[in-house]
Ligand binder design. Structure first.
Ligand code: HAM
Length: 414
């Protein structure tokens, strides 16, 4: 075959789509219950939007973006995440003026050129939320509760919440210096990647999976030493509000996240079932980003969850099959028009109708009806057409009855 999907991308086929729709429906419904409105932004943006917000020194910007120069000379990038585009949109359309507390959610594809593996793709999907306008801990907690609610509704088990605060303002900068000071004597023991990160983004070393590096960082200074009093009380409130909602969490001082815009609360939901790529959802507060991208200073918080990873750990309810639908068996060219009209009428009454358009035999159409799992078949042949009647066959019981054509819709609408 000449063309196939590009490495790290996947078709979502009809047999999988039910699970995707189930997940999407839960997101729409629960986000709606929390008073969030959906936002959809373009899949590509100015490259600068991501280098400025996510950070030039991050893996995402330095090695994973799909970027190109447009014919008009602009630098464009397929979005690797959605926080920066939503912030851009928030500023561009003055959404903060329209509503002092702007609560948004999204569902869509993202692009990162990572090494593909289980739960990691080059085109993947996230749903997420971003809230603008409140600096208070209850907003962080509402956002976390929303994610938790969705996972619960989806029946995802063995998921845990990791929580940290990376402080505000100077805290991250001070901590960075303290970390560099601590790690420099160990420089030669660090992997090549971590040696590079020591210069570019030392906080990322805390995320290491390498055992001897984990040992080294065990004794590293703690970010909590760099918190201001306000950072501390903000984080304490986040914790007590979470406890008040019975949302369990574990504190993880090393949870710094791979994007540079965070301030104060950071969190991740991880699933035990997923192996190496165990983060199902990541988020946190980013109080400086709106201003950094040219808007008025606006506190903000949010999260994004990887939909492929969720689907890997989601217990799906039985696919709703065709049991409540009808198969319209139509036999011969002479009945085609009537069959189409009948199907149309039933569908307009909210009934799912499968109809053969391959002009197959009665036997073949019956076989197809059974394969689809339909409970009832309506049979229309030339004889039936002549008499203005159809046969209705109960495919489970095998019983058959004849009814008048003009009674058909009434017959099926209960
Ligand atoms: P992130 O941690 O980069 O955060 O991504 C969030 C989630 O997207 C991850 O936890 C993971 O489930 C999923 N994900 C990331 N990369 C891949 C991939 N290559 N294949 C499959 N799934 C993936 C963000 O994107 C932030 N914008 C989250 C945020 C929103 N923070 C505040 N608001």
């Amino acid at each position: 075959m000449a063309y196939r999907t590009i490495k790290g991308t996947h078709d979502i086929l009809p047999e999988e789509i039910h699970r995707w729709q189930q997940l999407e429906n839960v997101v729409h419904s629960i986000a709606g219950h929390y008073g969030y409105n959906e936002i959809r932004t373009p899949v590509f943006e100015d490259t600068g939007l991501f280098s400025k917000s996510v950070g030039k020194d991050t893996d995402i910007v330095s090695k994973e973006m799909y970027s190109w120069e447009d014919r008009s000379g602009g630098h464009l990038t397929l979005r690797p995440e959605l926080t920066a585009p939503v912030v851009r949109s928030f500023i561009q359309h003055n959404l903060g003026v329209r509503s002092p507390l702007q609560k948004l959610y999204y569902i869509g594809p993202l692009f990162r050129r990572e090494r593909p593996q289980k739960g990691r793709q080059r085109q993947f999907h996230q749903f997420g939320v971003e809230v603008f306008g409140s600096e208070h801990p209850e907003q962080d907690v509402e956002v976390i509760a929303l994610a938790h609610h969705i996972f619960k509704e989806l029946g995802i088990k063995d998921i845990s919440l990791k929580l940290n605060s990376i402080g505000s303002g100077d805290c991250r900068r001070n901590y960075r210096s303290a970390l560099i000071k601590f790690l420099t004597p160990f420089k030669d023991d660090l992997s090549e990647t971590s040696q590079k990160r020591l210069e570019t983004n030392p906080l990322r070393i805390l995320d290491t999976k390498i055992p001897h590096e984990k040992e080294i960082i065990q004794n590293a200074p703690s970010i909590s030493d760099s918190w201001t009093d306000e950072d501390k009380s903000h984080f304490e409130s986040v914790q007590s509000l979470l406890s008040g909602l019975n949302i369990p969490y574990e504190l993880d001082e090393h949870l710094v996240r791979g994007l540079n815009y965070y301030t104060r609360t950071t969190f991740e939901f991880v699933s035990e079932d997923l192996g190496a790529q165990d983060a199902v959802c990541g988020g946190g507060r980013y109080d400086n980003l709106v201003e950094m991208l040219g808007g008025r200073p606006t506190p903000a918080t949010g999260f994004a969850a990887g939909m492929e990873r969720i689907l890997l750990s989601m217990v799906t309810s039985e696919q709703t099959d065709g049991r409540e639908s009808i198969y319209l068996i139509n036999l011969g060219k002479a009945v085609t028009m009537k069959a189409l009209q009948m199907a149309q009428e039933l569908r307009s009454n909210g009934i799912t109708v499968y109809m053969d358009t391959k002009r197959r035999s009665l036997k073949a159409q019956l076989r197809e009806a059974n394969r689809l799992g339909t409970k009832k078949a309506v049979i229309l042949g030339e004889e039936e057409l002549k008499n203005n009647r159809v046969q209705v066959k109960d495919l489970l019981k095998g019983e058959q009855e004849e009814i008048a054509m003009d009674q058909l819709a009434k017959y099926f609408i209960v």
